[in-house]
Design a protein around this ligand. Structure first.
Ligand code: ZN
Ligand code: ZN
Length: 313
């Protein structure tokens, strides 16, 4: 199960009723914050999401509307006597730009580690203890005016446990949970692996956060069958496509078309230009391609559940 909250939906300028674009994802008591602009702390408070305990902050690029909230958030974590280490990930080229922002926060009570994710992503439990072993975070290159990346969070799901196979292999019941977790056990001197008692892996969950980008193949690939795809849609009118291209952004229509090509399951638009007063006025431009496209709103939240669980409840 994953909880995702869209904290803000503005591009460039924080507005009284529209915070800068950021999102928080929680899974098994752990939280990742995606981007941290000016006002992200207050936006999170409004949405009743605790980002002070976030273990990972994933930054998409070094434009102020995505990172200028960082020193303030680090200081707030300090004022809450945080001791748990914090990992901040961002594009490799941005590390030198991010380091002074961390320094600006002054003396801290916890360790901050700036890191770039390895190609292919990382199991979050390798980055930070406590995350479920099936939770992964990966970054993919996007096309903006500076080095930029989007993120995919996936929660894998092992195959169904088959007790009849475990019985046939003489595995004692008390060892079943070990196999269910994916580890091996030894029975009568023979190693039994989880593959022998688990069915084929089942569909997991995927969340994708685009960051600022023009439409690009890497984003389309990452968003493939995403359960939730939060995509930038800076401009409302289809005719603004050339403007969007100049600035490394997308129109509503381009976001809808990309999500449709990717076969995403849900699409929330975000990162609206201040020229857009009422995003809903332009939603049909996205729905022409992705009929269920939704205009993201500050504080919009969803719980994503594994398929059979959601059918049950
Ligand atoms: Zn931006
Ligand atoms: Zn930008």
């Amino acid at each position: 199960m994953i909880d995702v909250t869209l904290l803000g939906t503005a591009a460039l300028l924080p507005l009284p009723d529209r915070a800068l674009t950021a999102a928080a994802l929680s899974c098994a008591g752990h939280t990742i914050l995606f981007d941290c602009g000016e006002g992200t702390q207050t936006a999170a408070r409004k949405a009743h999401v605790n980002i002070l305990s976030a273990g990972v902050i994933a930054l998409t690029h070094c434009h102020g509307d995505h990172i200028f909230g960082l020193p303030g958030l680090l200081q707030s974590m300090f004022s809450m006597n945080r001791t748990a280490p914090l990992v901040i990930v961002g594009p490799q080229e941005a590390q030198a730009e991010l380091a002074p922002l961390v320094k600006l926060a002054g003396r801290l009570s916890y360790e901050v580690r700036l890191a770039a994710l390895p190609a292919g992503g990382v199991r979050l439990c390798e980055l930070q203890p406590g995350w479920p072993g099936e939770a992964r975070l990966s970054a993919f290159r996007t096309e903006h005016r500076v080095a930029s990346q989007g993120y995919a969070f996936t929660l894998g799901r092992a195959g169904r446990f088959m007790p009849e196979r475990a019985q046939a292999l003489n595995v004692p019941v008390k060892a079943w949970s070990t196999l269910q977790r994916g580890a091996s056990v030894t029975v009568d001197g023979r190693v039994v692996t989880s593959d022998e008692v688990l069915g084929a892996p089942r569909r997991g969950l995927k969340f994708v956060f685009s960051g600022d980008t023009a439409p690009c193949a890497a984003l389309e690939e990452a968003a493939r069958e995403a359960d939730l795809f939060i995509c930038e849609a800076t401009y409302g009118e289809n005719e603004q496509a050339p403007l969007a291209a100049d600035h490394g952004h997308m129109t509503f229509a381009q976001a809808g078309a990309l999500a449709a090509r990717a076969g995403a399951r849900r699409l929330w638009l975000a990162h609206y230009s201040q020229m857009i007063q009422e995003p809903g006025e332009y939603i049909e431009n996205a729905r022409a391609f992705f009929p269920d496209a939704v205009c993201g709103e500050d504080g919009m939240a969803i719980t994503l559940r594994f398929e059979e669980d959601s059918l049950r409840g």
